[in-house]
Design a binder for this molecule. Sequence first.
Ligand SMILES: NC(=O)c1ccc[n+]([C@@H]2O[C@H](COP(=O)([O-])OP(=O)(O)OC[C@H]3O[C@@H](n4cnc5c(N)ncnc54)[C@H](O)[C@@H]3O)[C@@H](O)[C@H]2O)c1
Length: 248
Amino acid sequence: MRLRGKVAIVTGAAQGIGAAYARGLAREGAAVAVVDILDPNPVAKEIVGNDGKALPLVVDVSDEKQTGEMARKVADTFGHIDILVNNAAIYGTIVRKGFEQITVEEWDKIMAVNVRGIFLCVKAVTPYLKKQERGKIINVTSSTFFKGNENFLHYVSSKGAVVAMTRSLARELGDYNINVNAIAPGQTMSEANLKRGEETDARSLRARLLKRRLLPEDLVGTVIYLSSSDSDMMTGQVLLVDGGTAFH
Ligand SMILES: NC(=O)c1ccc[n+]([C@@H]2O[C@H](COP(=O)([O-])OP(=O)(O)OC[C@H]3O[C@@H](n4cnc5c(N)ncnc54)[C@H](O)[C@@H]3O)[C@@H](O)[C@H]2O)c1
């Protein structure tokens, strides 16, 4: 129970990897706001059913009014905010294609959620963290940024921006004792990948030093570490959790 008494917001937590983060943080004692544009109630109910504390919130992270309301509701319900996990992104629904086939509308939609969404959530939550001169922000980037995957330019570019935001925000928030770090998962068998019949391909597996599928649960320990006092002197960093594929 390393996070007893802490309050966490996990965006994109109605399913997939975000739901695993929400469950994991709750298991460590944190009260968790389960935030998504999809119905967050099933995950929140599951947490409460396991004697945890959860608040389901339907929020579009690309909308400034909604992210402001999100922060207010979490603070009103639980009294404070300690941890923000910026996991929401357009990922599972992306059709991979060459950059020449990507439309301006598709490009802008991905940037609005994957990049502006993090900017807005950080902007909304930071006043609460600053007030208590303590806080943890964990951004979710991707190993695709390190590998420069093809047929995925909008997504890979958005995850590069997440690395950039992590470093610049860490500089701006260090004086307030707020840690900003990122996790970069490798290809993970979340519902999104399983649903579209995607499997870790032979090439990915050959390139991976630890030769098995990466599961959402494999990422949870790193997020708990970055949320806990164990990482108090770490900021502006990106932790790759990809079974050993990319290095930086
Ligand atoms: N699965 C992988 O292989 C993998 C690898 C590296 C990084 N990631 C990242 O991990 C995170 C979770 O991935 P996943 O595999 O669970 O994918 P996913 O597509 O299932 O999860 C994304 C979640 O974000 C939510 N979301 C989308 N737009 C939103 C918006 N505007 N406002 C609020 N919520 C919104 C979705 O509803 C969904 O629940 C994403 O940031 C993804 O980029 C995934």
